[in-house]
Ligand binder design. Structure first.
Ligand SMILES: [Zn+2]
Length: 340
């Protein structure tokens, strides 16, 4: 065979091979999660066997999300939609109705006993993922839904799922142990909005927030007065801002009470790849580490507060010196009076 003939034959074989592989590549099912925490859990369980997309982008606020035409297209193409439910995604039903898709919609909190909203009557608190123990239910619902979608890969899915459950249990234990290191009277968590009730109940923290369980409420003066009282009464050393909420109000509250902002917590969204919270489990651990470090500091640990306390200590020292001097003088006078 001549060189050019060989070349052509190779080209034909190669192009045939490519055509065959393209034609045979099965289209991966598309799983669409509403929020980044749910998308990450699906990714940990399904690996590369499905395409996972997320509606609310990293750093976005799912409570007040405004869907785009691109979201309707994504819904139209999705095979499975994973939503939190419990009033978290008020915008979702209308989006699904308008998208014309026929995806299965799964509520990943099914089976969770929800906490009542601390602010709204007859409403539930959506933030159940903040409790790693409840995260087990999320994982179970996600695993079962994806297993129905790709039954041929069930063995691999089950292995991933069981490994993930183990990591969730370890994280749950870690949080429990870490929170226990904070002195009991200082286990008070003040945040922007009420996203930590499930976390607080599971791990033993009293919760206070400026906003309610959603982020679209207006701040009332009475809320600020209440928080000022709590900070003073409990000698709370720090409060916490959130990655998806403007920190201004909390920073003002910290400044007014001369306490510190203990750090930024992630609640309604993961952080990006370079953040300390790129996954659901990393988010829970990061939040815990930030909370524990800040609440384990006493007010007197802070330089600012030390500066305020030093003059009092100095005044006391002078008083003791003066008293000592007077006593010494009395003793000397008495000695000379009785000696002469
Ligand atoms: Zn929230």
């Amino acid at each position: 065979m001549s060189k050019s003939k060989l070349g052509w034959s190779l080209l034909i074989v190669l192009s045939l091979t490519c055509d065959i592989s393209t034609a045979q590549a099965p289209q991966k099912p598309v799983v669409l999660a509403t929020a980044s925490m749910i998308a990450d859990m699906a990714k940990q369980i399904a690996g590369d066997n499905v395409i996972i997309e997320c509606i609310v982008p990293i750093g976005g606020d799912p409570h007040i999300y405004d869907p785009t035409p691109g979201d309707a297209q994504m819904i139209g193409k999705a095979d499975l939609i994973l939503r939190n439910g419990l009033t978290f995604e008020g915008w979702l039903n209308e989006l699904i109705e308008n998208s014309g898709g026929n995806a299965e919609v799964i509520t990943v909190t099914d089976g969770i006993d929800p906490i009542a909203s601390s602010v709204y009557d007859n409403a539930v608190d959506p933030h159940a993922w903040m409790d790693a123990n409840r995260g087990l239910t999320y994982a179970k619902n996600i695993y079962e839904a994806i297993a129905l979608l790709i039954p041929a890969q069930k063995t691999m899915l089950t292995q991933n799922y069981e490994a993930y459950l183990e990591q969730l249990r370890n994280t749950d234990r870690y949080i429990m142990e870490q929170i226990m290191t904070i002195p009991a009277d200082r286990r008070v968590l003040i945040t922007s909005h009420d996203a930590f009730q499930y976390y607080g109940r599971r791990y033993g923290l009293q919760l206070e927030s400026v906003l309610g369980t959603s982020t679209d409420a207006d701040v009332q003066t009475s809320d600020i007065v209440r928080l000022n009282k709590v900070i003073r009464a409990k000698k709370v050393p720090a409060l916490f801002v959130e990655s998806t909420i403007n920190p201004k109000l909390l920073e003002q509250l910290a400044s007014d009470n001369d306490i510190r902002v203990g750090g930024s917590l992630y609640a309604d969204s993961l952080g990006d790849e370079d953040s300390p919270a790129p996954t659901y489990l990393a988010m829970l651990r990061h939040n815990t580490d930030v909370i524990v470090a800040a609440l384990n500091r006493t007010l007197t640990d802070d330089t600012a507060h030390n500066a305020g306390e030093k003059p009092i200590a100095k005044d006391r020292n002078w008083t003791y010196l003066l008293l000592g001097g007077i006593l010494l003088l009395v003793a000397i006078i008495a000695y000379f009076k009785f000696a002469t």
